[in-house]
Design a binder for this molecule. Structure first.
Ligand code: SF4
Length: 362
């Protein structure tokens, strides 16, 4: 099920925790970006019919609907089996929602992150839980088939009580899909940098410990399962039949092509990526992606597949090649085997980076 990813890296504000190559850019750059994006899609030679579309960013929900229609008209395969648009709560109207449905969008992913006001404000976002509730009602009335809610465990000022409050809102709003991410602390976000420096800005001193964040994640796993939204991938939870068809292809090594700044592509043999910076993307001649090409690694199949709750069925060769790390992780209680499948245990999920690293270097 090959898919298409479209990147729209423009946002109303730069969230404190965000480590993507997205942000606030001049309007003039946005116009040039849309031209470049349309040019890149038009120049593409389609060797297969896309079955899924994913508009990410950034905040593609803020894209003018006429511009969005122009981009989607360039992509074959409509009606797609799934077409997702990432949206920031606070800017969704009934007209927009109807226009999205008319354009073939059937899934909206809402970057909620938290339903608790103190936490939301510290991220730099402006929505409230009530706004999210109203906008989900608008999306459902317009005919959106599936809604995803993104949550982040580990935000500044988050406590077990406030985390449970966000999960109560999930229960009340009954989305088909939930993504739960643990806050990433790195140099690429303002909050991460401040935490690494031991500073106080962006509420850095009030972020929960790593252990507390892991506990919040486990609370979510348990609560969402009880709500009929089990985990199917480390960060993703869905009611049966509502797993993200587009995102699944990243873990099962299916083909996809990405357009726009920082978009990645994979054709089964090699991977390539467009320039990360918006300025570089708009000023580079077509084809944008040829700057960074790499071959797919043999071991990718194994560690990408392990992200899935169902695990992976290693080939005879893989069982043999990775026999030593598999045995060690099974002994340590991080991996389990059953009926020819290999998968992470609940504890293994929390230490998954350690496990993946081992397979990459084995
Ligand atoms: S988190 Fe989302 S909305 Fe916030 S800056 Fe990053 S991409 Fe934009």
């Amino acid at each position: 099920m090959p898919g298409v990813y479209l990147s729209y890296p423009f946002c109303a504000q730069k969230c404190t925790y965000c480590n993507f190559a997205s942000g606030v850019f001049p309007r003039e750059l946005e116009a040039r970006y849309l031209d470049a994006l349309a040019g890149e899609i038009s120049a593409h030679t389609w060797r297969w019919q896309p079955q899924t579309i994913y508009l990410g960013g950034g905040t593609p929900s803020s894209m003018d609907t006429t511009a969005l229609a122009g981009m989607l008209a360039r992509i074959p395969g409509r009606p797609w089996r799934e077409a997702t648009l990432e949206a920031a709560p606070g800017g969704i109207t009934a007209e927009k929602a109807r226009a999205w449905v008319d354009l073939g969008i059937d899934r909206v992913s809402l970057g909620v992150q938290s339903f608790v006001e103190t936490e939301i404000r510290r991220t730099g976002r402006k929505h409230t839980a009530a706004v999210v509730e109203e906008e989900i009602a608008l999306l459902r009335t317009a005919g959106i088939r599936a809604i995803n809610i993104d949550l982040i465990a580990g935000l500044s000022a988050q406590t077990e009580t406030s985390w449970r409050e966000s999960l109560d809102w999930v229960e009340r709003l009954a989305p088909e899909h939930v993504s739960v991410y643990m806050l990433e602390v790195d140099e690429d976000s303002r909050l991460g940098k401040e935490m690494l420096l031991g500073g106080v800005r962006y509420g850095a001193m009030d972020t929960p410990s790593e252990d507390a964040t892991a506990d919040f994640y486990e609370i979510a796993v348990e609560r969402l399962a009880a709500l009929g939204i089990p985990r199917y991938e480390i960060s993703n939870f869905a009611r049966p039949g509502y797993e993200s068809r587009h995102n699944l292809k990243y873990w099962t090594l299916e083909h996809y092509v990405g357009f726009g700044a920082d978009a990645h592509s994979f054709d089964g043999g090699k991977r390539w990526a467009n320039p990360e910076s918006v300025e570089e993307y708009v000023s580079r001649p077509l084809p944008y992606g040829r700057g960074s090409v790499s071959g797919a690694h043999d071991d990718e199949r194994l560690f990408l597949g392990l992200r899935l709750a169902a695990g992976i069925r290693p080939t005879a060769d893989e069982w043999q090649r990775f026999a030593a790390p598999i045995r060690r992780f099974v002994d340590d209680g991080l991996l389990e085997t059953a009926d020819g499948a290999l998968r992470l245990t609940d504890r293994g999920v929390l230490l998954s980076n350690e496990v993946f690293q081992e397979f990459l270097t084995a």
